[in-house]
Design a protein around this ligand. Structure first.
Ligand SMILES: NC(=O)N[C@@H](O)C(=O)O
Ligand code: NI
Length: 161
């Protein structure tokens, strides 16, 4: 069985089963600030169970494709939103759940200006920039407990374009 995965362009539709894609495609939901700013309103479903949300900054080492994918993880108690602080695309990996374990992963390449929000409990690859500086704002759960489940694959996948 081929363990290679071809990365797809990130679209709201393709990602819908895993989370939200935030971008400024199309018209803004409302114009604010005397018409000088378009607000793309309330574009992510955040869920932190009984805890609070936090905003952290992540500065991650860039990776290169093809990439060896050894594991995915999930946060059973909260959603997690990756917001790039540069106009660079990055790699987003997700997988459906099959009886408590991830199914075959899917890989997406984001367009500049796109952010993603993994819905609570969605299997995903860790934050994976493809170019420096790898700087992201991350909105996720701040609370008790690990809120982390990892799954290491028996054999790695290769993610490529
Ligand atoms: N561990 C952590 O804060 N980040 C991961 O959840 C990740 O998805 O990168
Ligand atoms: Ni995560």
């Amino acid at each position: 069985m081929s363990r290679s995965i071809v990365a797809e362009p990130l679209t709201r539709e393709a990602f819908a089963g895993f989370g939200d894609v935030l971008d400024t495609a199309g018209e803004a939901d409302k114009l604010i600030n005397q018409g000088l700013c378009g607000r793309y309103h309330d574009r992510a479903r955040l869920d932190f169970a009984d805890a609070r949300a936090g905003v952290s900054l992540f500065k991650a080492e860039p990776r290169s494709l093809p990439l060896k994918l050894d594991m995915v993880e999930r946060h059973p108690d909260g959603s997690q939103c990756f917001i790039p602080m540069s106009m660079d695309g990055f790699l987003v990996v997700v997988a459906g759940d099959e009886g408590g374990k991830p199914g075959t992963p899917r890989a997406f390449l984001s367009a500049p200006g796109q952010a993603v929000n993994f819905h609570r409990g969605t299997w995903h690859g860790v934050l994976t920039p493809l170019v420096a500086p790898g700087l992201f704002a991350v909105v996720d759960r701040i609370g008790e407990g690990p809120n982390l489940e990892e799954h290491w694959f028996e054999a790695p996948y290769e993610i490529k374009t």
